[in-house]
Design a protein around this ligand. Sequence first.
Ligand SMILES: Nc1ncnc2c1ncn2[C@@H]1O[C@H](COP(=O)(O)OP(=O)(O)OP(=O)(O)O)[C@@H](O)[C@H]1O
Ligand SMILES: [Mg+2]
Length: 401
Amino acid sequence: MTIDFFEELLKKPSIFLDESKLDINYVPKRLPHRDKELSLLSQLFLTLITNPNSISRTILITGKTGIGKTATVKLFGDMLINASKKRNLLIKYVHVNCRKEKTSYKVLIRIIRTLNKNFPKRGYSPQDLLEIIIDFLNHHDLYLLIVLDELNYLINKNGDLIYSLTRINDDSVYAPQRVSVIGIVREISCLNNLDASTMSTLQRNIIKFKKYSKSQIFDILRYRAEISIKKNGFTADIIEMISDLVLKNGDIRYGLNLLWRSSKIAEGRNLKCITNECVRLGNQDLVPFSTQDTLQFMSSQKLIFLLSIIKSLKKSKKSQISLPEIIEFYNICCENLNKRPKSYSQLWNYLQDFKRENILSISIKSESIKGRKAFINVQDVGLSTFEKLINSILSIKGIIL
Ligand SMILES: Nc1ncnc2c1ncn2[C@@H]1O[C@H](COP(=O)(O)OP(=O)(O)OP(=O)(O)O)[C@@H](O)[C@H]1O
Ligand SMILES: [Mg+2]
């Protein structure tokens, strides 16, 4: 009889508590290290709750990719809606991704459909739509916070939309100010094409999101792991290893992706806990494979040293290994091959080359009074795959280790 693969898979214990919480579009209840930004947004929009008629805001958020701009604004949107509900205020939050809704028309339709689900998609000009929005708000005594995420996709073609939206409120002094706008872009430079007046409106309130530090990345990934993976399914070591890999470009998405892939690999191998090797394998095709190319042109001596690093790391089962441990292993390899080992300073130069070529990372730690020690961590390639690859290149050169 054919195996029922679904049933077989369903029988396996899962490493996940809730896999969907590693999805990059999931907005977690907490955003470690974004409290300051959340608090700032709350202060800026407090009047929307305390005195909704009085003021409308236009805020611009900037910062590099994958550092929580979208997630922070969405979480803030939830907080705002909760606070307004408690006070019987009618505030609507619309999050528009301008990469998806690329024209003014589409953005406006998206806004209107949040207010009225059944609004027909065709038959209006953008000006008509703007008027319909403001009539709707006045008629229902509603306030609106519009988030234009990835605004740069809209700016080049449709700068006037931002102008219109920020001017949608009636200019007369006592008229209620019903619309506020938050724009999100990575670089402020993409606003250069806007006309001066829109630009000055947007630039009045800028919140710049900083990149996360290594320890912040660690906290964030640990939290995301805690809510999505079983308690014994991961260790602090694993989160640290992933944080190291994320630090290069600082994109938390990369970390979530890698955490998910590593968990899947662990599950596939019937492991109860993610291991270093799962992370290395998970990371393998997540990174460009320039390493193979580098290895092809590497000298035998260098390859032997690199192989010693891989082998000793693999043997140690740790995520990183100290240089003296590697050298001890390397000396044995050289003895077996009947080759004279290279000097310490030469090996140190090799290490620097490997680091430059992104094959490994070196961290210096002060372990005791005796001094500082270099620890080596091979990042991008699964150790076994790496070992096989180097062995095959060496064997072409007639060296079998
Ligand atoms: N402080 C944090 N705590 C928990 N998760 C976070 C945190 N910061 C970012 N994330 C998660 O990282 C992922 C990327 O964040 P987000 O989508 O907000 O990035 P972004 O700054 O908007 O990037 P982009 O400019 O590419 O759109 C999301 O899944 C988000 O939930
Ligand atoms: Mg975003």
